[in-house]
Design a protein around this ligand. Structure first.
Ligand code: NAG
Length: 271
């Protein structure tokens, strides 16, 4: 009797533990079974220059190519190998989206995946999500680009810590959106950015946001370059923890979070 009761408890425990796995993931499908490409294993490396089958409009400019940079950045025009993030707006006019700009080392652990896709099931899901978050903007996705950092390690790591996050670009050829998804963030800083090798914390923490390339159009996700960025899996501008979504063909910021931004003075990005 006692042992079967214990067995029952074990079974209940197993059921409780399994439940989170069955919840819909904040990430869109990714990996080799999705025919993703993988960045080479190289500290501060990137993809090759990737040609897009449709132009992507980012803050008023059309881009036909981009790079997926290991250090948590998708850039238009030029590769980014910088490992310690600078605050936005950047002085040098680089235009990029930084899902989580920090010193990733995919030699020490993890992988950076990417693919261009017109998979109908994924486009349907993305369309449904965008329509829900932006009910006043007519949008049906015809193209998407999904980049995923899967359990990536930090430079100088002496741990098994890894961060898992994703940036999805999508367009109907006119209106474009970027969806940032944060699944699991375990570290904020590489050892060459003042972080501790034993924790991946301290120093100059990761930066998340958008830099259009000019001085006025940029957005810093709250917590960026502070230790609070570790909690980006719990914040959102669309009421889905760990998800930040922006219309990016023209500069707009929708769904200002309740949390006050760290650096709000003179910052005209909070529309
Ligand atoms: C992250 O969130 C938790 C729970 O809300 C909070 O206790 C903690 O202080 C936050 N961490 C940082 C570094 O802000």
């Amino acid at each position: 009797m006692k042992s079967s009761f214990t067995f029952l408890l074990l079974m209940l425990g197993a059921v409780v533990n399994v439940r989170p796995v069955q919840e819909a993931s904040v990430l869109y499908p990714y990996g080799l079974d999705q025919k993703d490409h993988k960045n080479p294993k190289l500290d501060d490396g990137s993809s090759k220059k990737l040609s897009l089958s449709v132009p992507f409009t980012y803050y008023g400019k059309e881009y036909q190519t981009l790079y997926v940079n290991n250090n948590g950045v998708i850039s238009f025009g030029t590769r980014v190998n910088q490992y310690t993030p600078d605050p936005f707006p950047l002085a040098d006019g680089r235009s990029f989206v930084a899902p989580y700009w920090a010193d990733v080392d995919n030699v020490l652990g993890g992988d950076v995946f990417y693919r261009e896709t017109t998979d109908p099931a994924l486009l349907r899901l993305i369309t449904e999500n965008i329509n829900q978050y932006f009910p006043n903007i007519p949008f049906t996705a015809t193209w998407a680009f999904v980049a995923t950092w899967d359990h990536v390690a930090y430079y100088g790591s002496t741990t098994n810590k890894g961060n898992t996050f994703q940036a999805t670009l999508t367009t109907n050829t006119k209106t474009s959106f970027i969806i940032l998804n944060y699944k699991d963030i375990q570290w904020t800083t590489g050892a060459a950015s003042g972080g501790e090798a034993e924790t991946g914390l301290g120093g100059t923490p990761a930066h998340a946001g958008f830099n259009s390339g000019d001085e006025t159009n940029y957005y810093n996700i709250p917590g960026s370059r502070t230790e609070a960025v570790i909690n980006i899996t719990k914040t959102s501008n669309v009421n889905v923890p760990g998800r930040w979504v922006f219309q990016v063909d023209d500069f707009k910021v929708t769904g200002v979070p309740t949390e006050a931004p760290e650096v709000a003075e003179g910052n005209n990005c909070w529309l």
